[in-house]
Design a protein around this ligand. Structure first.
Ligand code: 6GU
Length: 225
């Protein structure tokens, strides 16, 4: 999968993809990530990318021309499955959406700033609008990083143990069960006996029940769905 991210703060997108699973995904050639600095498409000698909003009011708006030029230059080189605008008023990201997007070939992500981007881009160019939750971030970069992380780890071949993504929380509409590692007892706090029993069927059963009870306790809304 190739992902192009258009941003006015490319520095914000450096570290998140240079470690751990995403680093390995890139090294394996499964995730090809590129950050496009919108400033390169800015207007005039100041490389302007934002302007006052028509109708007045506080806050700048990201201009249509630099973004249109940046998007067009990328579109000339390949076809994009989706041109995604990260915005708090978009469709809320969830595991189902991440699963679907992880199967795409080429994605373009647009990070907004200030009051957002000129509405005409949303009407005519953007194909999808995604939010990562009901709160406002100061820019779309951290949201883009969250999205790339959520779907990058789902790209076939990225996780060593393929089954481990399947047992994640939310993958079956439920939270994942509790996990433990050595020692079997610490300060008198014990690991459930069943997990030490070696009895696979019983362990499976314990995990199912644990997942259901913790979902009921922490996220009853998931069970209603
Ligand atoms: Cl995608 N962008 C911004 N700026 N804030 C957000 C968001 C996105 N998702 C939740 N809050």
């Amino acid at each position: 999968m190739r992902i192009d991210i258009i941003s006015i703060v490319p520095q914000l997108l450096e570290s998140p993809f240079q470690h751990s699973i995403l680093k390995r995904a890139r090294e394996k050639g499964l995730l090809d990530l590129h950050v496009c600095d919108l400033r390169n498409f800015g207007l005039g000698k100041n490389k302007q990318v934002d302007d006052y909003q028509y109708g007045g009011g506080a806050g700048m708006v990201m201009m249509i021309e630099p973004l249109y030029e940046a998007i067009s230059s990328l579109k000339q080189k390949r076809d994009y499955d989706e041109i995604i605008y990260l915005t708090p008023d978009g469709e809320r990201l969830d595991q189902k959406m991440a699963n679907a997007l992880s199967l795409k070939q080429n994605l373009m992500l647009i990070c907004g700033h200030y009051k957002g981007i000129d509405e005409r881009l949303r009407e005519h160019v953007v194909t999808r609008e995604i939010s990562i939750g009901d709160y406002v971030l100061s820019g779309g970069e951290l949201a883009a990083a969250v999205l790339v992380d959520a779907l990058g780890r789902l790209i076939p071949g990225v996780l060593n143990d393929e089954s481990s993504a399947l047992s994640d929380s939310f993958q079956d509409g439920m939270l994942a069960p509790a996990v433990y590692t050595r020692p079997a007892e610490f300060l008198g706090w014990k690991v459930p006996d069943i997990l030490l029993s070696g009895h696979e069927a019983k362990i499976e059963d314990w995990r199912d029940k644990n997942a259901i009870s913790r979902t009921r306790r922490k996220r009853p809304d998931l069970l209603k769905e």
